[in-house]
Design a protein around this ligand. Structure first.
Ligand SMILES: CSC[C@@H](O)[C@@H](O)C(=O)COP(=O)(O)O
Length: 355
């Protein structure tokens, strides 16, 4: 039994788990150029907000190794162009542009192209390592918040394979297993792309966590029939006021949690917060192609003239969120004040530690 990893860097090559092929085939693919990374992200071979950010960082750093110029001005122009291209692969998860911006920032601190090439790879590795640490911390805070609750529902896959390791929403379950705490997890299948049915079930089985699959439409009945005690989800972007974008269907669960009087937790690293936006209305929601709904495994299940609306994410208003679990601690309402205070406070603490 072990926690699966989706991103591997061996010092030279970037290898990722092809999440399209799960759970029946476990295939790792090499991403050698920016266009491979773009394609892997847009087709959801690599998916989940932190994993998208980490892979994009490696992708940009790898591409930059091939720039044939000794001029820093030309180097930076190429880097910005490629960062913009990659940053447009998926619009909702802010971790993508957050990671690319980090690379653009570090590179502005060096004077030569050879130093720039090196620092880009180093920064991608740091982003990767930091995410693993963040997710472990989220798991620990999540475990303490869940206390003696064991029956928990989740949606999509906010797990180890959506991050560097452990995951966000799934981190308490992986860590709980290591520490001998048994959870009973109920995974919503997550139409239309079945991240719950294909990925979460597989991932939790890999680490020996008890997991039961349900369809999204069974959530309300399951909460009452099985005595679900809490719901925990990941996030793709969290606004300053706590409004949270996550996989389509998350909002339904938040409303159900409110109606049934059970806690609804969001788990995410600080790289998922977008403090430049005040509320969820400003979060761009990705709309994907109609075939994801009209077809299953390439087979049509609807008439060819069917009109389709296929938003990949929804926004849960902060008022439905009991607490947000980050790597720095647990944030409670009123989010408007507490998010900024906690993130700023920890930045201050990090600065003090450095001094
Ligand atoms: C730790 S991953 C958090 C979110 O990115 C996850 O819950 C999610 O919505 C993923 O959507 P996806 O479209 O599969 O990339």
């Amino acid at each position: 039994m072990s926690i699966p990893l989706s991103i591997k860097w061996d010092g030279k090559q970037l290898v990722v788990l092809d999440q399209q092929k799960l759970p029946h085939e476990i295939v790792y693919i090499k991403l050698e150029a920016l266009k491979d990374v773009y394609e892997a992200i847009i087709t959801l071979k690599v998916r989940g907000a932190p994993a998208i950010g980490i892979t994009a960082a490696y992708g940009l750093a790898i591409e930059a190794q091939g720039y044939k110029t000794n001029s820093m001005i030309d180097f930076l122009a190429l880097l910005k162009k490629d960062a913009t291209y990659l940053g447009e692969s998926r619009p909702t998860a802010v971790n993508l542009v957050w990671a690319l911006d980090r690379l653009l920032t570090v590179v502005s601190l060096v004077d030569s192209v050879s130093d720039a090439k090196q620092i880009l790879i180093e920064e991608a590795i740091v982003i990767h390592k930091e995410d693993e640490e963040s997710c472990r911390n989220i798991g620990e805070f999540g475990l303490s918040l869940l206390g003696d609750k064991t029956k928990v529902m989740t949606i999509c896959n906010a797990g180890s394979i959506a991050t560097a390791k452990y995951g966000t929403a799934l981190a308490p379950f992986h860590l709980g297993k290591e520490l001998g705490k048994e959870f009973e997890v109920f995974a919503c299948e997550t139409r239309p792309l079945f991240q719950g049915g294909r990925l979460t079930v597989w991932e939790l089985q890999q680490s020996g966590v008890d997991v039961t699959l349900i369809t999204d439409s069974m959530a309300a009945h399951t909460i009452s029939a099985k005595g679900i005690e809490a719901i925990i989800v990941g996030a793709d972007r969290i606004a300053k006021n706590g409004d949270t974008a996550n996989k389509i269907g998350t909002l339904n669960l938040a409303i159900l949690a409110f109606v049934y009087g059970i806690p609804f937790y969001v788990a995410a690293p600080s790289s998922t917060f977008d403090l430049s936006i005040n509320n969820g209305v400003e979060i761009p929601i990705e709309e994907r192609k109609a075939e994801e709904i009209t077809h299953i495994n390439g087979k049509s299940i609807a008439l060819s003239n069917t009109k389709v609306f296929n938003p990949a994410f929804d926004v849960t208003p902060a008022k439905y969120i009991t607490a947000i679990i980050t790597e720095k601690g647990i944030i409670y309402p009123d989010y408007c004040d507490n998010i900024s205070a906690q993130l700023a406070n920890s930045i201050e603490k990090e600065k003090n530690n450095e001094n």
